[in-house]
Design a protein around this ligand. Structure first.
Ligand code: GDP
Ligand code: IMO
Ligand code: MG
Length: 439
């Protein structure tokens, strides 16, 4: 049995969905450990595009157990819609598990998210307005509603009424808005619970039993290290822990059960939302990369900001997530550039800065320092193995790995499953014909 974690190393949208979908064929269980429907994971199968926000990207790989862990915040309507979406596309959700301890995003969390963003004015975070921050605030403030509460028919009304009474103190008193009416919310919750109840279980038990029985487990992160609430570009972050450590708290499995951590990076960098981005480009190259890479947000449709790859960021990601292998994606998007650049470190007042500063003001004061390499003009989308890549592409990949201190595990040259290639074996081999059943 092997447990592999897929973690974003940049500011999200690195291609975690695609990597997870690719690796899922070797796994028995695929589990999301944090975030919510702020995530947008794209998967291309036989030229058909799928997008998921909550259900793990293993759902398109046959009878895999797909777990939404306790660390995820679940918007019930989004999940109900996504279950229907998966089913309508001809895939089963029979083996979907939703943790009974996952917190629920309520409609008032989305209202709060929007209001708080408006109040921030020029210093807005640029959130997805999906209510993620307010839902995690309630979780840590111990006033959240969990999946086990949502599906508890007997006590649901009482739970909602007492939470709404508290919320209305802020809504009416603080924001001067109309009070939340508990009755329609209770009815809405009942309708969600009816659909979601069959999936709700103790996910930690499911996962630990699976590992004990020899299952291969794949853990899918959302967002990326630089959006981590502890280790990202605070306050321009999300409200959870996308780093690999989030697996333990967000799934209820111990650190001793993790074998590999695959850090996913694009061959360049993107960011949606506000906040510092040292290697950002605002020129024709950025435009070219955005158009070639379809760099528009999966969730909000916003154009993504574009920049060169930053190995200060990759070293930071490796350090805080214990990354063992790199999946370098979207190499094809860089084809056609005369030269490509890699940020090696930053400089501030002539001083070399090799690790990512905590204060955003210090980041703004830094200048990125680049190494320039020759680019490649070949169409590499049909490449099937590393040694088929042009020499200059190989040189670029080697240099990124060397500067980030992460060995190459995978790379990709297009959006489809077949354009993703494994360099390092991750899951341990099992005797042919054996199958691990997950209860
Ligand atoms: P995630 O949030 O990390 O799962 O990433 P997204 O799905 O939001 O964004 C990644 C985008 O890059 C998607 O549109 C993918 O289809 C696309 N993508 C992933 N890998 C490659 C690749 O190797 N080449 C190209 N051209 N696109 C890729
Ligand atoms: P995936 O999983 C890219 C960004 C938002 C905003 C900040 C906080 O697809 O990589 P939030 O709504 O979480 O409170 O917004 O985080 N953000 C993402 N950016 N990819 C994501 O997910 C993101 N999820 C949140 O744009 O800057
Ligand atoms: Mg995304």
């Amino acid at each position: 049995m092997t447990t592999v974690v897929v973690v974003g190393t940049q500011w999200g949208d690195e291609g975690k969905g695609k990597v997870t979908d690719y690796l899922a064929s070797s796994a028995d269980v695929v589990a999301r450990y944090q975030g919510g429907n702020n995530a947008g994971h794209t998967i291309m199968i036989e030229n058909k595009k799928y997008a998921l926000t909550l259900i793990p990207s293993g759902i398109f790989s046959g009878n895999k157990t797909c777990v939404i862990g306790n660390g995820v915040v679940v918007n019930p309507q989004a999940l109900v819609d996504e279950i229907a979406y998966v089913q309508n596309n001809g895939f089963s959700t029979e083996h979907l598990v939703i943790s009974d301890r996952a917190h629920v995003i309520m409609p008032y969390h989305m209202l709060l998210d929007a209001w708080q963003e408006e109040q921030r004015g020029d210093t807005k975070i640029g959130t997805t307005r999906k209510g993620i921050g307010p839902a995690y605030v309630d979780k840590f403030g111990r006033s959240g509603i969990r999946m086990c509460d949502l599906v508890d028919e007997k006590n649901l009304e009482h739970t909602i009424r007492s939470v709404v009474q508290e919320k209305n103190k802020t809504f009416v008193g603080g924001y001067g808005s109309a009070p939340i009416q508990p009755e329609p919310l209770v009815e809405q919750c009942r309708a969600w619970a009816k659909i979601l109840r069959p999936y709700v279980r103790d996910a930690s038990v499911v996962l630990n039993d699976a590992i004990d029985n020899g299952a291969h487990v794949l853990c899918e992160g959302a967002q990326g290290v630089m959006l981590d609430v502890d280790h990202g570009t605070y306050p321009y972050v999300t409200s959870s822990n996308p780093i690999a450590g989030g697996v333990c708290t967000g799934l209820g499995i111990g650190p001793t059960r993790i074998d590999h951590v695959i850090g996913v990076a694009k061959a360049y960098t993107t960011r949606v939302g506000d906040g510092p981005f040292p290697t950002e480009l605002n020129n024709e190259i950025a435009h070219q990369i955005r158009e070639r890479g379809f760099e528009y947000g999966t969730v909000t449709g916003r154009p993504r900001r574009i920049g060169w790859i930053d190995t200060v960021v990759l070293r930071h990601a490796r350090r805080v997530s214990g990354i063992t292998g790199l999946s370098l994606n979207s190499l094809d998007v860089l084809s056609g550039l005369d030269e490509v650049r890699i940020c090696t470190h930053y400089e501030c007042d002539g001083v070399r800065i090799a690790s990512y500063p905590a204060r955003q003001e210090d980041v703004y004061a830094c200048t990125p320092v680049y190494e320039t390499l020759p680019g490649w003009t070949e169409d590499i989308t049909g490449v099937r193995a590393f040694d088929q890549l042009p020499r200059t592409t190989q040189q670029y990949v080697h240099r990124v790995c060397a500067l980030s201190h992460i060995p190459l595990a995978m790379f990709s040259v297009g959006r489809n499953r077949e354009q993703t290639h494994l360099v390092q074996q991750l899951f341990s081999a099992r005797p042919i014909g054996t199958h691990t059943s997950v209860g």
